[in-house]
Structure formats: C-alpha cells, structure tokens
Design a protein around this ligand. Structure first.
Ligand code: NI
Length: 136
C-alpha cells in the first residue's frame, strides 16, 4: 500500500466550483477522488506516449465524406497502417457527416503519428485519440 501524499494547489474559485459541481454530477464522493483519477489518466496517457510503450486505444473522428476524395484518402491511410488499425466503426451522422471510431494497438509513438495523420486531413472536423497501456 503506497503512502498518501498531501499537497496544496492554488486554483481560481470559479474553476474549483465548476470542478466540484461536475465531479458531483459524475458521482464522485469527494474532490480528492476526482483529482486522483485525473492524475492517473494523465500519467498513463503521457507516460505511455513518452516511453513509446505498447498501447491500445481508440481514434475518434468526425469528417465530411462529401469533401473531395476524403473518404478514399482516409480508407487508404488506414489500409496503409493495417498493423495498428485493428477495427473501424463507421456511423453516418447526417447527409454528409460521418463518425469513425478506430480501435488501435501498437507503439505509442506510431499510434500518435497515425492519429495526427488522420486529424490533419482537410475535411476532418474533430479528432480525439484515447490510449492506455495494457501492462503496468
Ligand atoms: Ni458515412
């Protein structure tokens, strides 16, 4: 069992009020528990990225499939990275917008590169990468 370390942080009162309200809505019993979860997430995400560890995750992106050649370019890009992109879920949101969620697996540096390669394509309106490690 690790020892608990207490520390003080200076934060604007509006930020604390919003944080506490949202933490309560989510269902946290207290502020410490919410902050601990955020810190764990931060350590896993950034630790995994900097150490180029084996990670699993998801790439979510919203794009306009009517944008010239975009759908073809995104598919071709995913085929090019068939080793890391293990599955793709495509959802048609309306007449032109699509949501794609890609399950990814591989070295964190490579996964980040793939995500950035997708997000920077013209017509991709939103992109988010979520990764975590499988090992400690
Ligand atoms: Ni679609």
């Amino acid at each position: 069992m690790s020892r608990l370390y207490r520390f003080g942080v200076a934060v604007e009162d509006e930020l604390v009020e919003s944080f506490d309200r949202i933490a309560e809505e989510i269902g946290y019993d207290n502020r410490s528990e919410a902050i601990r979860d955020l810190m764990r997430q931060f350590v896993v995400e950034h630790g995994a990225e900097t150490q180029n560890r084996e990670v699993v995750g998801a790439i979510a992106m919203v794009f306009d499939h009517k944008k010239r050649e975009l759908q073809r370019k995104l598919t071709e890009y995913q085929h090019h990275h068939y080793g890391e992109v293990v599955a793709t879920l495509h959802i048609h949101l309306d007449e032109s917008k699509c949501l794609e969620i890609l399950a990814v697996k591989g070295k964190s540096g490579e996964i980040r590169k793939i995500a950035n390669g997708l997000f920077t394509k013209k017509g991709v309106l939103f992109g988010k990468l979520i990764i975590t490690t499988i090992t400690e």
